[in-house]
Design a protein around this ligand. Structure first.
Ligand code: SF4
Length: 348
């Protein structure tokens, strides 16, 4: 079976190319970080490129469709070599542009408000498949390795990054490599639905990425209604592992909280949440739920969301509303792929 060249780090490349000088391995790393296919690695000897093509796919993934939003954001639908589809999103910001990366094809966490988890997990993405999402989007917007169009990475596309722990960590290593895109770990955010074991492992890994936890509820009863993972870890355990992450890394943890009408948006919920989170540096991102067709959950109204935020502020919990981009191009992760697959299957 063919392999993916972008999965290889410098040491693995040196092993693969046995006898070749180190600068060749470095060139391959930088080509992969630019999203080049093997034929496009023109500074490598033709013989080497031909040998690589016998063992490796030309490219880890291909742009299938791009949907540009009026607000400047863009969704990319990528086709993998096995025909699977994944999504990535480009989000412009005044502090720098962000790419939202997928870490798995589908997801097995089954959160009720998410389109990505509706069909379960198909497979993990490799580190090179994650890297290539960023590489292709960076070059699509005219970025190079020196002058990147992408400065920040959030792992909030389809998939649970900590359910694909080794590849996620390898992706962090590859994308922060000085021979590649050289993105600082401080500008990389790993988002989890709250896999406590994975959080503890990440805290002890020596890495320094931002940890973002999808909490979405102030107690176990509500969390169990919308996130099956709540049956495995209690909210107290999730918050405990977040504290541990802060103690180990000194990084403020981000909690994501989607406001869902009538489910988790009451004033009591806001009070319970501030009680739960007090005592260590963190930030709460309130998000207006992106309604997923078929899921039956609705976003909170503006008034209710305003009251919720005011209650957190009153209790000195740092919180903001996260601006929702791309609503005209099928907002939340997984929606675009579902729409595309439906359209394609309607065509046939
Ligand atoms: S929200 Fe994240 S963890 Fe939950 S099903 Fe969707 S992709 Fe998976």
């Amino acid at each position: 079976m063919n392999k993916i060249l972008a999965d290889y780090d410098i040491n693995e490349l040196l092993g693969l190319l046995c006898g070749q000088p180190k600068y060749i391995a470095k060139q391959i790393l930088s080509f992969c970080a630019r999203g080049a296919d093997i034929d496009g690695m023109t500074s490598l000897p033709k013989k080497l490129r031909d040998e690589l093509k016998l063992e490796f796919f030309e490219k880890p993934l291909y742009k299938a469709e791009i949907f540009n939003s009026k607000d400047g954001s863009a969704k990319f639908l990528f086709k993998l070599n096995d025909g699977n589809l994944i999504e990535s999103v480009f989000l412009p910001n005044n502090y720098g542009n962000t790419v939202c990366v997928s870490s798995q094809v589908g997801c097995r966490m089954g959160c009720a408000f998410c389109a990505s988890g509706m069909d379960g997990l198909a497979r993990n993405l490799s580190a090179g498949e994650m890297l290539s999402q960023v590489a292709l989007i960076n070059s699509h917007f005219g970025g190079s390795l020196k002058e990147r169009a992408v400065s920040n990475i959030v792992m909030m596309g389809s998939g649970e990054p900590l359910d694909n722990y080794d590849n996620t960590l390898k992706f962090v290593n590859l994308i922060s490599s000085p021979d590649g895109l050289n993105v600082s770990e401080r500008n990389i955010s790993v988002s989890t639905s709250g896999l406590c074991d994975g959080i503890v492992k990440l805290a002890e890994s020596g890495h320094n990425v931002t940890l973002s936890i999808s909490l979405h509820a102030p107690n176990d009863d509500i969390r169990k209604q919308i996130m099956p993972i709540a049956k495995r870890y209690t909210v107290k355990e999730v918050v405990g592992s977040a504290k541990y992450y802060f103690e180990k890394t000194g990084r403020r943890v981000i909690f994501e909280y989607s406001l869902i009408k009538g489910v988790n948006d009451s004033l009591e919920c806001a009070k319970e949440l501030s009680e739960l989170l007090k005592g260590f540096p963190l930030h709460v991102n309130l998000i207006n739920l992106n309604p997923v067709k078929d899921a039956g959950l609705k976003p909170s109204g503006k008034d209710r969301a305003g009251l919720f935020l005011a209650e957190l502020e009153k209790k000195n919990v740092s919180a903001t509303f996260r601006r929702s981009l791309g609503s005209d191009i099928e907002g939340a992760c997984g929606q675009l792929k579902r729409k595309y697959l439906k359209e394609v299957s309607h065509d046939h």
